[in-house]
Design a binder for this molecule. Structure first.
Ligand SMILES: [Mg+2]
Length: 354
C-alpha cells in the first residue's frame, strides 16, 4: 500500500480550564492532524508539539513536513520500521514524526481490518487512567479532586513545582479531603532544585504518594540519581526521556525507578515499543502519558499502553477540551479509558477534520 500524499490540518481547540504547570500555562490545544493518503484509505495521526519539552510548535511541524514527505513519498505503509529509520536522519521534530508514525499504524489497521491493539499483540481494550489537577488555588484544587473522585477516577496526579510551601499544603489538603482510597501522584515538571525537591519529598512522604515525576531539570541526571538514593518516594522521569539513548543514560546513572513514555517525545509508536522493551529489561515501571492531545492522539497512546501492559496510564488531556475532533471520543467509565474495537485507531473524525 503506497503512500500517495500527506496532508496537514492545524487545529486550535480551547481548553475547558486553563492548564498550568511549573513551566507555564496553556489555554488551547494547538495541534496538527496528519493525514496519510493511499489509493484505498486515509490514515490519521496527531502531532501535539510542546515548545517546553521538545522545542516544537505548530509552525515547526508545518515547516518540517515537506522534508519528511520528500524522504518517504512512494514508500509502502508496511515499511513503518524502515520509515522510522529514514526519519532519524532528520534531527528532533519528534511530535511531527509521531503524527506520521501514528497515521501509518492507523492505515495498517484499516488495511487488515484489525484494531491497532490487536496489531500490536493484545486483545485488551481498557485501562484505568489518572486525571491531572493543574497548578491552581489550593481550595479550587480540592474541589476539583472531589469532582474527579465522584466521577470515578481512582488516581489523581497533582501538578507541583512552582511554590514549595504552597505545593506541600495543596497535597496535604487534597489527601485530607479525599481519604486514603485514592492514589495520589505528583509531577513537578522540572520545577525544583535539589534542596527543594528533597524538602518536598520529606514533607509529603506521610501522605502516601505513589511517585514523584521529574522533580529536577531534565539534564541533571547525576543529581536525580543522588536524590533517588535519598528519596522515600519512587522517582519517575518524563522530560529526561525522549529517546532510547536517553533511557540508556538514565539506566546507567540509575536516575529513575520509573519512566513516563509519551508518543510525542518518542517520534511515535515504533520507538516507544523499543523504549518499553529496554525499560522492562531493567525492571523500570512504565507510565504512558500525553501532551495536549485530542482523542486521536489519546487513542494511539491507549493502544500502545495496552500493548505494553503499562503500569500506569496518564491519558487524560481530551477530558479538558471544549470540543473533541472525534465523533466518538475515547470513552471513559469510572476512570477507565476504552479503545474502540474498529480497525486502526478506531477513531472517526467529525466531517470538518476528515
Ligand atoms: Mg510529566
Amino acid at each position: 500500500m503506497k503512500i500517495k500524499d500527506i496532508a496537514l490540518q492545524e487545529i486550535k481547540i480551547p481548553l475547558k480550564r486553563v492548564f498550568t504547570i511549573a513551566s507555564g500555562s496553556s489555554e488551547y490545544a494547538n495541534n496538527l492532524i496528519v493525514k496519510v493518503l493511499t489509493d484505498e484509505y486515509i490514515g490519521y495521526g496527531e502531532s501535539s508539539p510542546s515548545l517546553h519539552v521538545l522545542g516544537e510548535n505548530a509552525g515547526t511541524v508545518k515547516e518540517i513536513f515537506p522534508k519528511i514527505k520528500e524522504k518517504i513519498n512512494d514508500l509502502e505503509v508496511e515499511d513503518i520500521r524502515e520509515i522510522s529509520k529514514i526519519l532519524k536522519k532528520i534531527p528532533n521534530n519528534q511530535s511531527a514524526k509521531a503524527g506520521l508514525d501514528i497515521a501509518l499504524y492507523d492505515l495498517l489497521g484499516k488495511k487488515y481490518k484489525v484494531p491497532l491493539n490487536e496489531i500490536l499483540g493484545t486483545s485488551k481494550v481498557s485501562k484505568d487512567t489518572d486525571i491531572t489537577i493543574g497548578i491552581m488555588e489550593n481550595n479550587e484544587a480540592v474541589n476539583l479532586a472531589y469532582e474527579y473522585v465522584n466521577d470515578g477516577f481512582k488516581s489523581l496526579k497533582i501538578k507541583v513545582g512552582k511554590n514549595l510551601k504552597n505545593d506541600i499544603e495543596r497535597v496535604r489538603m487534597i489527601r485530607d479531603s479525599i481519604g486514603n482510597k485514592i492514589e495520589l501522584r505528583v509531577d513537578a515538571n522540572q520545577g525544583y532544585n535539589f534542596h527543594e525537591a528533597r524538602e518536598f519529598i520529606n514533607a509529603i512522604n506521610k501522605f502516601e504518594i505513589e511517585f514523584i515525576e521529574q522533580p529536577l531539570p531534565y539534564y541533571l541526571l547525576d543529581k536525580l540519581s543522588e536524590l533517588r538514593l535519598q528519596s522515600s518516594i519512587p522517582i519517575m522521569l518524563d522530560e529526561s526521556l525522549k529517546s532510547i539513548r536517553d533511557l540508556n543514560e538514565i539506566i546507567s546513572k540509575k536516575a529513575a525507578d520509573m519512566i513516563n513514555i509519551k508518543l510525542m517525545k518518542t517520534s511515535g509508536i515504533t520507538d516507544a515499543l523499543a523504549i518499553a522493551d529496554l525499560a522492562r529489561a531493567y525492571d523500570l515501571k512504565i507510565m504512558v502519558g500525553c501532551m495536549s492531545e485530542t482523542s486521536l492522539g489519546i487513542a494511539a497512546s491507549m493502544h500502545f499502553a495496552l500493548a505494553i501492559d503499562a503500569d500506569y496510564v496518564d491519558l487524560d488531556s481530551h477530558f479538558n477540551l471544549k470540543e473533541d475532533i472525534a465523533e466518538n471520543p475515547i470513552k471513559n467509565v469510572f476512570g477507565m479509558n476504552y479503545v474502540n474495537n474498529d480497525p486502526g485507531l478506531g477513531i472517526y473524525l467529525k466531517d470538518e477534520y476528515l
